[in-house]
Design a protein around this ligand. Structure first.
Ligand code: B12
Length: 240
């Protein structure tokens, strides 16, 4: 087994029981898609892994995390993921690993990594943007955000982090297209309308039949504004 596969299997071994998934990719594939200032400053053949959370992350990783911890400095979900990313780094004491989480920004507020593009080039979840629609109905002045769709979970997932294994080069890794589960213009327009104009009603997450979705408890949690979520967890009096 090659080194990259061995690393990825170790990452999977740690994260699958937590309701997380990982997909490896080459930095070059990401850098080929994004424009300045978004390319990542690593050699093109460097191994990266994108980490996704599936619907049962809430029960498998988040609730046990909350049960053990009673002091938070940031959003508890972000902290939970941060703690697991640190644990992954600890599995590889001899590797030099950079971790970029979805919420991390540069001082000028630019996101450190565009996780939707990363998940697309890793073959994990296809990123649908207005450029993927031939008959664009929105007009030039309208800003339409793109949305990723997971083949098993539709929109019931999130993209949490990218790990870069700085000393592992994978020139032989082969590119895998993400499955195209929203194949027509009509379906893509519907998806982008739901994501941009009705994202609060959850409907964009159900654009394809899914294997699993967020529990009612998880939906209530995410529906609650971040500032009030600690109270929901019974943590209000324990926060830093
Ligand atoms: C800033 C941000 C926002 C902002 C602005 C949104 C935006 N897309 O710009 C606001 C606050 C509005 C927002 C809102 C929401 N967000 Co938001 N947001 C982000 C964040 C942190 C960064 C996005 C960003 O700034 N992109 C910059 C622009 C320039 O990137 P871009 O449009 O993709 O452009 C690049 C691509 O086009 C690429 N490219 C060019 N050609 C090609 C070709 C191909 C094939 C590919 C793959 C790429 C590619 O190059 C461009 C850059 O040069 C991401 C997490 C992250 N770190 O990525 C989450 C993220 C996009 N948000 C997410 C979500 C879920 C939401 C909300 C539903 C709220 C929520 N959290 O529940 C709403 C829905 C949107 C709405 N209707 O308002 C999810 C989306 C998940 C998904 N299934 O796609 C993300 C990925 C967070 C996550 N952890 O999963 N968000």
């Amino acid at each position: 087994m090659d080194r990259a596969t061995a690393i990825w299997e170790q990452v999977e071994g740690y994260i699958r029981p937590l309701g997380l998934e990982s997909y490896p990719f080459k930095i070059q594939w990401y850098n080929d898609k994004v424009k300045d200032p978004f390319p990542l400053p690593y050699p093109g053949d460097t191994l990266a892994v994108v980490i996704l959370s599936t619907p049962n992350m809430f029960e498998k990783a988040f609730k046990p995390f909350v049960a053990k911890k009673d002091c938070y400095v940031r959003d508890p979900i972000d902290e939970c993921l941060l703690s697991h990313m640190q644990n992954i780094k600890a599995i590889f004491p001899d590797e030099d690993i950079d971790c970029m989480q979805d919420f991390e920004l540069h001082p000028n507020h630019r996101p450190k990594v565009l996780v939707q593009t990363a998940a697309h080039v890793a073959g994990a979840a296809r990123y649908y943007q207005r450029m993927d629609v031939k008959e664009d109905p929105w007009g030039k002045d309208k800003n339409i955000y793109g949305v990723s769709v997971h083949p098993k979970y539709g929109g019931w997932f999130a993209i949490r982090a990218v790990l870069v294994f700085k000393n592992i080069l994978v020139p032989e890794m082969e590119y895998k297209e993400p499955p195209d589960c929203v194949p027509t213009d009509e379906l893509r327009i519907d998806l982008l309308n739901k994501y941009n104009f009705h994202w609060k009603d959850w409907s964009f997450r159900d654009v394809i039949p899914v294997e699993d979705k967020y529990s009612e408890e998880q939906k209530v949690y995410f529906d609650t504004p971040p500032a009030d979520r600690k109270a929901l967890l019974g943590l209000e009096d324990k926060t830093a």
